[in-house]
Design a protein around this ligand. Structure first.
Ligand SMILES: [Zn+2]
Length: 291
């Protein structure tokens, strides 16, 4: 019997020290490293009953029958075994699925971009409007010089600077539209970017890249006094998205995909003439997607 008398949660899932405090050890006169077997003699409980806490323990355990089999700790329920997955499920309360999770987590994505997008969907970025409300800074002027207040809605993509970047790349992906604030943009993305085709994949990849680089540029301007222009951001995003596309194989050759290949200056040799169920061999991708 290797179970710790004081520190293992053998009594109703709680250790005796957690239930009664450290003083119960001293009151009992037993060792701190005592095992559960030290209070069992000849198949019967044998508690010292010199203090109220110990009398209470005696009463609680008197209804527990003892057997000669080895002690075993179960996870959550009798027969349950511990796994990291089960532990995560206990720690992270499972909630309903968010409708945007496939926009943030998808195969062949760029993880740091997806994380930025995930934060944006949760409106978790510490934008200047929040920092002013918290008393951290005194002004919330947008760092892109538009004279408006910086907020999630403004940065993505009401701001003329970021809107220009976003509009440029939406155009490369075959969407002719002017971006608006994040609430409208996120609703548009959720309704229009469902599915697994190449056009949808590259649009999701691009959206995450645009968000990431706009946020990076904002941080560089605010904290590093480092300013880049529209052309620089376009180059960074093109490199990230284009680099991901180079590794593709078997993209279906159709007019829509051909246009996108032309817009992005991708090698036509990646296009396949065969009609395909899936346009590429995709590795698995994981990510949290519940709230
Ligand atoms: Zn602005």
């Amino acid at each position: 019997m290797s179970t710790s008398l004081w520190f293992d949660p053998w009594l109703s899932g709680v250790s005796l020290v957690d239930r009664y405090g450290e003083s119960v050890i001293q009151d009992s006169g037993l060792q701190r490293n005592a095992r559960l077997s030290s209070v069992i003699k000849e198949g019967e409980w044998d508690w010292p009953v010199n203090f109220p806490d110990l009398i209470d323990i005696y009463n609680l355990t008197s209804g527990l029958s003892l057997s000669n089999t080895s002690d075993r700790i179960h996870w959550m329920k009798k027969g349950g075994t511990f796994t990291i997955r089960e532990a995560c499920n206990v720690i992270n309360m499972q909630g309903s699925e968010v409708e945007w999770w496939k926009l943030a987590w998808f195969p062949r994505s760029i993880p740091k971009h997806c994380f930025c997008l995930w934060l944006t969907f949760w409106e978790a970025h510490r934008t200047l409007d929040k920092l002013v409300r918290w008393g951290v800074v005194s002004t919330s002027n947008c760092c892109f010089g538009c004279g408006q207040e910086e907020s999630i809605d403004h940065l993505f993509f009401s701001c003329p600077f970021t809107a220009r970047v976003c509009k440029h790349f939406l155009g490369l992906c075959g969407f002719r539209r002017t971006p608006r604030g994040w609430r409208e943009e996120s609703a548009w993305c959720i309704s229009r970017l469902k599915g697994n085709g190449f056009k949808l994949w590259i649009t999701k990849l691009t959206l995450a890249a645009v968000l990431y680089h706009c946020w990076q540029e904002r941080n560089n301007r605010l904290f590093n006094n480092c300013f880049h222009n529209f052309e620089y951001l376009v180059k960074c995003i093109e490199e990230d998205v284009g680099g991901k596309c180079i590794g593709l194989s078997m993209v279906e050759d159709n007019p829509s995909n051909r246009d996108i290949f032309y817009n992005w200056n991708l090698p036509p040799s990646l296009l396949s003439v065969r009609p395909l169920q899936r346009w590429a061999v995709l590795p698995g991708s994981v990510g949290g997607h519940t709230r």
